[in-house]
Design a protein around this ligand. Structure first.
Ligand code: AP5
Ligand code: ZN
Length: 218
């Protein structure tokens, strides 16, 4: 299965990706996680994107498209993959379409802005694995520690309120148009286009997982 998870920052893409990737045995391709790893390593790419990510802007399409093309050529993507946080602009979506990368499903997780500000304030992550928690809604078994490794959880640099507001406005301007892009494509050429699904992303994590499964398998 090849699918795209579409949704605002904090909508729960990373959270639901964990379930989807396990169930369908496909790798999670999170451009955000890949970029954060590059920043942490201090690689040439990391140095280039650090500032943009801290302020909540978007990294240039050229860089992202090259990164993703290289990633999906790896052998573990042969049976499919899940895109989390990609595509995020029309040129990124066009690059996949023009490159003949066939996608089976686009799944939008819809959450209102105010809910998102609250969620991101309480988010904690395990950087090495990308596992995501929330201090109230999805707490780790032991305070401040990853369930699997016991390693320390951290807050992301871009989860401060001002940066979150900026990420939301960037989402509405540059990424939300993809909703119309994929819906139109599905209407005009249903045999080539991915199937489009929308789930309401408010409710318990398990509730949303159930809706996601119904959308993909129903
Ligand atoms: P990226 O890492 O993709 O961040 P994002 O899209 O802003 O999304 P988030 O990871 O913040 O949210 P999420 O939807 O995964 O939510 P999560 O599951 O963690 O990108 C970061 C940056 O990298 C960008 O700003 C940009 O600079 C750059 N970048 C990345 N990709 C790019 C691209 N393609 N082009 C250009 N630049 C790019 O959940 C959030 C919180 O809510 C957690 O605490 C979670 O536990 C909690 N939660 C989840 N579900 C629920 C629920 N149902 N109820 C209550 N709480 C919940
Ligand atoms: Zn994420």
């Amino acid at each position: 299965m090849r699918l795209i998870l579409l949704g605002a920052p904090g909508a729960g893409k990373g959270t639901q990706a964990q379930f989807i990737c396990e169930r369908y045995d496909i790798p999670q391709i999170s451009t955000g996680d890949m970029l954060r790893a590059a920043v942490k390593e201090g690689s040439e790419l990391g140095l280039k994107v650090k500032e943009i990510m801290t302020t909540g802007g978007l990294v240039s399409d050229d860089i992202i498209i090259a990164l993703v093309k290289e990633r999906i050529a790896q052998p573990d993507c042969a049976n499919g993959f899940l895109f989390d946080g990609f595509p995020r602009t029309i040129p990124q979506a066009d690059a996949m379409k023009e490159g003949g990368v066939k996608i089976d499903h686009v799944l939008e997780i819809a959450v209102a802005d105010e809910e998102i500000v609250n969620r991101l304030a309480g988010r904690r992550v395990h950087p090495a694995s990308g596992r995501v928690y929330h201090v109230d809604h999805n707490p780790p078994k032991e305070d401040g520690k990853d369930d699997v490794t016991g390693e320390a959880l951290v807050q992301r640099d871009d989860d401060r309120e001002n940066t979150v507001r900026n990420r939301l406005s960037v989402y509405h301007e540059q990424t939300e148009p993809l909703v119309g892009y994929y819906q139109q494509w599905a209407q005009q050429a249903p045999e080539d286009a991915p199937r489009y699904h929308r789930v309401e992303g408010v409710g318990s994590v398990d509730d949303i997982t159930r809706q996601v499964r119904e959308a993909l398998e129903g």
